[in-house]
Design a binder for this molecule. Structure first.
Ligand code: PNS
Length: 158
């Protein structure tokens, strides 16, 4: 059984995250989406809401589960008996931070491998912060986030 962990802030989960999670679920026996408790950026949504949004968005796929974590990612990966961390790459600008995180995680636990997945071109421009900005100014976020998230975003700035 090879389990992959897809970690992130998911503030909120976007169509780009969903695309990567779905594609990955076809390659591994199981996928655990790890929602980080304390991202350095102050989240708009509470941990509870972020987890709820992911859970609702992935509910049709039995291979995928959702859990939250505080502290080191490698500890969370070990807890789930996973061996792989999946990170999406949208553009070269993502690379530097991702490279640093992957090397640090390898240093912390050499048995855990970080794998990178290219974002599909239609989502390469998408980010949680862009989605929040669009929603804040009354723009249409449908198609950029799962329907349940679009609904919640509309209610925040209604
Ligand atoms: O969605 P994000 O904000 O790009 O996700 C970042 C995340 C959660 C992957 C990263 O902040 C993380 O791994 N946090 C846990 C702390 C940790 O393990 N740090 C050491 C490696 S950099």
């Amino acid at each position: 059984m090879t389990i992959a962990v897809v970690p992130g802030s998911f503030d909120p989960i976007t169509a780009g995250h969903m695309d990567i999670i779905r594609r990955i679920s076809k390659l591994y026996d199981g996928v655990v989406v790890g929602v980080v408790v304390n991202p350095s950026k102050k989240p708009l949504f509470s941990l509870e809401d972020r987890v709820k949004m992911v859970r609702e968005a992935i509910k049709d796929n039995e291979k995928i589960e959702v859990d939250s974590f505080d502290g080191l990612l490698v500890g969370f990966v070990k807890k789930h008996k996973a061996r792989v961390i999946i990170r999406g790459l949208r553009a070269v600008s993502d690379f530097e931070r991702e490279f640093q995180m992957a090397q640090l995680n390898r240093r912390l636990n050499p048995d855990i491998e970080t794998m990178f997945v290219m974002a599909s071109p239609e989502y390469a421009y998408l980010s949680s912060s862009a989605v929040k900005e669009i929603a804040q100014y009354g723009g249409d976020v449908s198609g950029l986030v799962p329907p349940n998230v679009a609904k919640l975003l509309r209610s925040v700035w209604a």
